[in-house]
Design a protein around this ligand. Structure first.
Ligand SMILES: Cc1ncc(COP(=O)(O)O)c(C=O)c1O
Length: 387
């Protein structure tokens, strides 16, 4: 008799990869009808003008495959933005590819660059998709642990990790979950390391337009040295409050883009056609980019002010729409235990920061997402003030 498949030996390619903490906390929030500040998505509406534009292109019949690298009107719009914002020249024809969100961009870069046995340096706390993608390629993750309160990078230590197997360094600037933004010095230190070795850079810049106070976003594209060896990943989900649309893009020099597209075309081939066209027309209004940091700064400042009298210590947020709360004045519980208890007993869900590390110590930190309506944030503050 033939054996059923589940009785046959089958080796998982990702044996140590649990379900994501975001799904776990969101499910717990739903079960206990808690306010969900755990997952990184807005709870406010998408601009009706953008939705109308998608409907318009659908009605006009743009419902078949888009070109493999993306609609040229959208790639031109992206190129226009880099010119206007940073004075950087990006060629829409052979340096930009439209992807199914930032996540697909990240995965495709890693697939195109990383080989079995390579080493990839990542900075932790890190976005959760980097590690499994590297491991699927048979490569080795080399984590650099950054710790609260400032999560400063010790570049001397990073240099000590580089060897002949180091293929890629992944940075996330502005960083989820720390809210930290790269300084001029960070960029120079990175330049120094990668130019001394043959290392590729993957720069995850999905929060580039959410930078506050005196801080400025410095893209790796603004450095001659980094630009020639970097892939930059961006997300329209973050930019336009449309995380469910899963659209983004990757910028890289032409010779890298050729390699990227070889994988991209057999991964998704091309991505959502009417939405690409709608986004291209919507972004004709360049003021949108300028309005975004102000929009989120108000939410950040509201929380900062409202939590002054609470027992939580708020860590500074330089960028992104995340804020870290230190609860060491309240409890010695492990982060996951504390986060679960708050969800169940106080009806407020947040993310334990230890989940962003390979081996997470208890720093007594929780991450909240403030891309929420004022009403949601006010309700959350009313809970946090009394914990
Ligand atoms: C740092 C970082 N990179 C990439 C992504 C993925 O972006 P997308 O939703 O466009 O796939 C996220 C989403 O939360 C993120 O926080």
């Amino acid at each position: 008799m033939t054996k059923p498949f589940h009785d046959m030996p089958f080796k998982s390619k990702l044996p140590n990869t649990p379900a994501s903490i975001f799904s776990r906390m969101s499910a717990l929030a739903q079960e206990h009808q808690a306010i969900n500040l755990s997952q990184g998505f807005p709870d406010f509406d998408t601009d009706p003008k953008l939705i109308e534009a998608v409907t318009k292109y659908m009605n006009e019949g743009f419902n078949q495959y888009a070109p493999m690298p993306g609609h040229i009107s959208l790639r031109e719009q992206i190129s226009f933005k880099y010119d206007k914002f940073y004075g950087i020249n990006v060629n829409p024809a052979d340096e930009i590819t439209i992807t199914a969100g930032g996540t697909q961009g990240l995965f495709t870069v890693i697939s195109a660059v990383v080989e079995k046995g390579d080493e990839v340096i990542i900075f932790e706390p890190a976005y959760d998709s980097y590690k499994p993608a590297i491991e699927l390629m048979g490569a080795v993750v080399v984590p650099v642990r950054l710790m609260a309160p400032d999560f400063k990078i010790d570049w001397e230590y990073v240099r000590s990790l580089v060897n002949s197997k180091t293929k890629l360094i992944i940075i996330n600037n502005p960083n989820n979950p720390t809210g930290r933004v790269f300084s001029v010095d960070d960029i120079q230190q990175l330049e120094y390391i990668v130019s001394a070795h043959n290392i590729v850079v993957l720069s995850d810049e999905v929060y580039e337009h959410m930078v506050y106070d005196v801080h400025k976003h410095i893209s790796v594209l603004s450095s001659e040295i980094l630009r020639s060896r970097s892939f930059v990943v961006c997300s329209f989900g973050k930019l336009l409050h449309t995380t469910g649309w899963k659209l983004g893009y990757v910028i890289a020099p032409a010779f890298f883009t050729i390699e990227f597209r070889k994988v991209h075309q057999f991964n998704v081939f091309s991505v959502n056609a009417p939405m690409q066209l709608a986004i291209a027309s919507y972004l004709d209004d360049i003021d949108y980019y300028y309005s975004l940091p102000k929009f989120f700064q108000e939410k950040k400042d509201f929380l900062l002010h409202a939590l002054k009298d609470s027992r939580f210590n708020v860590l500074p947020t330089q960028g992104t729409y995340f804020m870290l709360l230190d609860y060491s004045n309240i409890s010695e519980e492990q982060e996951l235990d504390f986060a679960e208890r708050l969800t169940i007993e106080h009806k407020l869900a947040m993310i334990p920061v230890s989940a962003f590390y390979t081996h997470g110590d208890n720093q007594q930190l929780l991450r909240i997402c403030f891309a929420k309506k004022l009403q949601t944030l006010t309700a959350a503050v009313d809970i946090l003030k009394f914990i």
